[in-house]
Design a binder for this molecule. Structure first.
Ligand code: TXA
Ligand code: MG
Length: 338
């Protein structure tokens, strides 16, 4: 299969929407990461997403809509959900709600709930409006690879596997949406993103964060979100994340770097001068900049054949939870406090 990549404009969006209406798979930009979309109510079209990604069938997809009214008949929208949609939609917040029979089981991996999201990216919105379908879309990476934040990243993983990629430039947020479970008594974050627990609590009154967000699942423990069972966000290199002051972190990283072969450093902008002429990549100076850059840097280092990544993290709380959740998983939870 040839894969066409076109800059997003009125014509290419129309072309992409026609492919979606014909049951095909199309990659498109969102404000978080690129998505791999197909008609969420068409089981065959959804099966093609799983095939292109080589995604395990037990990992459910998020259904994307342009307007709230598209949820009618798909899921049961609670009062809390309505308030959260008022506050954060369109935007990087995915809500888990109980589904109806209209959503095929393949889309939700046979779960009784469905994940729904209304993205804010203008190209995603134009595409969703043009096709007028609820679009199931996971991140557009091959399973296990870092999520794509540019159309080039998507091409790297999906060339020959899907017919069409819409190029809308680099994604703003850089990590995937917050996944919030609204099926229990208190809203619970299963995957942290740009919308934080504090943001949710300010609207819903309370919000918890699943314990497995910052630690590996214990043996026999069931994952609140199936995605957490699977190896995720993995670069090819082995990775360790260090926490502490710039100086202490730099000391620990340099000792390890100098003893290793083919290592690279991923550090805050402020710490970069501490590493001299060693191979160092910037994560920016704030957790938001880190989130924006992380997956891009992991892909760059993979392309260079780096075999050891020594990274500087942030304390895993508040706005840093989203980027640290991905860094911890990329490092298989090899975190060091210095
Ligand atoms: O920002 C995003 O959310 C991006 C863009 C494309 O919208 N999409 C995305 O999809 O990250 P994906 O499939 O890579 O991640 C969806 C996550 C997975 O961890 C999945 O297990 C979880 O959401 N999820 C989806 N439906 C669920 C459900 N019914 N119950 C529990 N977890 C669910
Ligand atoms: Mg994903």
């Amino acid at each position: 299969m040839d894969t066409i990549l076109l800059p997003a404009d009125e014509n290419s969006v129309k072309q992409a929407a026609e492919l979606l209406r014909a049951g095909q798979v199309v990659a498109f930009p969102t404000e978080t990461v690129y998505g791999l979309g197909a008609d969420g109510l068409n089981a065959q079209a959804v099966a093609a997403i799983f095939a292109a990604k080589e995604r395990p069938a037990d990992n459910p997809l998020i259904v994307h809509v342009a307007e709230r009214s598209q949820l009618d008949g798909l899921c049961y929208v609670t009062k809390a959900a309505e308030a959260l949609m008022d506050a954060f939609w369109p935007g990087p917040l995915t809500l888990l709600l109980m589904k109806t029979k209209s959503v095929p089981n393949i889309t939700t991996a046979f779960l009784p709930s469905v994940a729904v999201r209304c993205p804010s990216h203008p190209v995603a919105r134009a595409l969703l409006r043009a096709c007028a379908l609820p679009i199931a879309a996971p991140s557009a990476n091959r399973s296990g690879r870092p999520s794509p934040t540019t159309a080039q990243d998507v091409l790297e993983d999906m060339q020959g596997r899907i017919p069409f990629i819409l190029d809308g430039g680099a994604c703003d947020v850089g990590v995937e949406s917050t996944v919030l479970d609204l099926t229990g008594e208190v809203p619970c974050i299963l995957r942290p993103g740009a919308v934080t627990a504090k943001d949710v609590a300010s609207v819903a009154g309370a919000c918890t964060v699943a314990a497995s967000v910052m630690r590996p699942l214990k043996e026999g423990e069931s994952a609140p979100s199936p995605g957490m069972r699977h190896r995720h966000y993995a670069p090819k290199a082995k990775m360790t994340v260090y926490l502490g002051s710039d100086e202490e972190v730099a000391k620990a990283i340099i000792a390890r770097y100098d003893a290793a072969e083919n290592a690279a450093i991923l550090a805050h902008g402020s710490a970069q001068p501490l590493f001299g002429d060693r191979r160092v990549f910037s994560l920016g100076d704030t957790p938001q900049e880190g989130a924006h850059l992380l997956f891009r840097r992991l892909r760059e280092m993979d392309a260079l054949g780096v075999s050891l990544i020594l990274a500087q993290g942030w304390n895993a709380e508040g706005e840093a939870l989203a980027v640290m959740n991905r860094m911890a998983r990329a490092a298989a939870f090899d975190l060091v406090n210095v």
